[in-house]
Write a protein that binds this ligand. Sequence first.
Ligand code: C2E
Ligand code: MG
Ligand code: MG
Ligand code: MG
Length: 294
Amino acid sequence: NARKTIKSSIVFFSKELSIEANRQLSLESALRGSLAQGKLEVFYQPQVCLRRMKLKGFEALARWPDPNEGYISPADFIPIAEKTGLIIDLGTWVLDESCRQAKQWAQEGLPFDYVSVNVSPVQIWQPNFERIVEASLQRYHLPPSYLCLEITENVFIGHDEARMMEVLRKLRDLGVLLSLDDFGTGYSSLSYLNRLPFSQLKIDRAFVTGAHLDPGKEKLLRGMVNLGQTLGLKVITEGTEVIGEISLARQINCDGVQGFYYSRPVPACDIPDVIARINALPALVPARGNETVR
Ligand code: C2E
Ligand code: MG
Ligand code: MG
Ligand code: MG
């Protein structure tokens, strides 16, 4: 009887597996098709400087429109693209499109410092990744300081620090900014933070959500902000959704916030209005108690 159960669960398991494998295959080919047909989009989410109460920059986020589901989440399709290698073409496209858009906004005189583009570990370990970046900068005559590359800590897995330093140096030599994304969640080594040429640290949403309601979390967040700033990095909080989190970020002198409170990621055409709205906000951030934080 036990044997029978095991046998049938093996059959069940492999059936499940092949359903999952098939689903991935069909998603991958549909994604490849959408990319080739120019059907992917890039949305942009503002980052706000709380000290000046002005827009700092944007994060470019890939969007895959789906006729039935609205948009398929990058959390679903990026991992598949990474597994199949499609992330190379997809990532190159997002980078290029973001540079084109940044140049257009700069020419229109919109006030922003940079556009941040996510870079997958698969992309960065290509032999000539810096050439791909350089090509997009040159194609649109975009000054490199307008481009920031977001890299997660997982990029280090399986590679030594010397190789990583070499790759990041080449990118820094182009004049682009480098940001360490999802800080705190990945394979963190604090010695990297100190030595590698990052200019920005993005604290993962996990450390931000509810930090204003939990003294332990608040201490951790404050410590992370101080650590980053002590090492000379600008520190941004991710997933800053509610006013309490914004006030806390202001109170602990975080350099910038990104999150639904100020804006969800929006299509490029909405950006001029979003900037105008953010830059017209009063300079004071409401405090957590009754007092007002200056
Ligand atoms: P990420 O780089 O950490 O991007 C931030 C994610 O948090 C985005 O999800 C954004 O929409 C979401 N977010 C922003 N503010 C809030 C908030 O206040 N609350 C909550 N709950 N979420 C917030 P999105 O757009 O779904 O992207 C998910 C992840 O997919 C990104 O995480 C990034 O790792 C990856 N991704 C997106 N676009 C690209 C791309 O072009 N290339 C690569 N390699 N990865 C990408
Ligand atoms: Mg990111
Ligand atoms: Mg992130
Ligand atoms: Mg994240």
